[in-house]
Design a protein around this ligand. Sequence first.
Ligand SMILES: Nc1ncnc2c1ncn2[C@@H]1O[C@H](COP(=O)(O)OP(=O)(O)O)[C@@H](O)[C@H]1O
Ligand SMILES: [Mg+2]
Length: 259
Amino acid sequence: MSVLKAKHLTKVYGARHANAVTKALNGIDLDVENGEFVSIMGPSGSGKTTLLNILAGIDKPTSGELWIQGQDIAKMKASQLALFRRRHLGFVFQDYNLLDSLTAAENVALPLALDGKRGVAVRNKVLDTLKFLGMEANADKYPYEMSGGQQQRVAVARAVVHNPALILADEPTGNLDSASAKALLEIFQRLNQEHGSTILMVTHDPFAASYSRRVVFIKDGQVFSRLDAPRTREVFFQEILQTLAVLEGTRSDMAPARM
Ligand SMILES: Nc1ncnc2c1ncn2[C@@H]1O[C@H](COP(=O)(O)OP(=O)(O)O)[C@@H](O)[C@H]1O
Ligand SMILES: [Mg+2]
């Protein structure tokens, strides 16, 4: 089943000033099936954030079609869209976006509380989710009492506690040191493999992308190429590097240290 289907998405900025038009997206087709873990990669300015914002319903495409869970989200009213996003999507951002005045458990409970859910069942679901992420001991801590890696894991718990159809992550490892990044990517891998979570992650880091099962490379607002994961992550990592080298018009002959 298709969780996300986008057809020929375009986004033009500054359309009213004909001399300053930017075609941020120039006809993107994208299909994400239930249970997939897909990365979107591309150089700075290639349209990644624009694409993710449109897929998330934060921004509207100039043209093209977009269905999430079979629903045409471009046609929804604001209130309908807000409810749809809350129920069906989970978001992970580069800078965690936790609420400072709430504990970890209270942050994670937010999507359920906003949906009118209360009580012991919520508390149990929150603790189960924190436990899955190895964060149960931090349930009553405030964001300032936790490391960046811990805060990001709480943010992931918040993104998945309501079992969304699709998790959208924008550079989720961008602010993390390499050990915390690896721990977070292993969590994404486990969510995908053990929970069947569908994940779409924007990243410019080939190491992060190597944890996904498919990479869509974009350049100048268009799909440049697509790559499916081979048998091992290490081989995938090398293939991603090679594709990036072609995409950026350079060759990298040196094997990178980090695998
Ligand atoms: N709000 C905006 N107004 C005008 N141009 C924009 C806006 N947002 C992005 N752009 C332009 O659209 C292109 C794609 O940007 P973006 O989606 O942020 O790329 P990426 O996330 O891959 O770096 C860039 O040329 C950028 O300058
Ligand atoms: Mg960006």
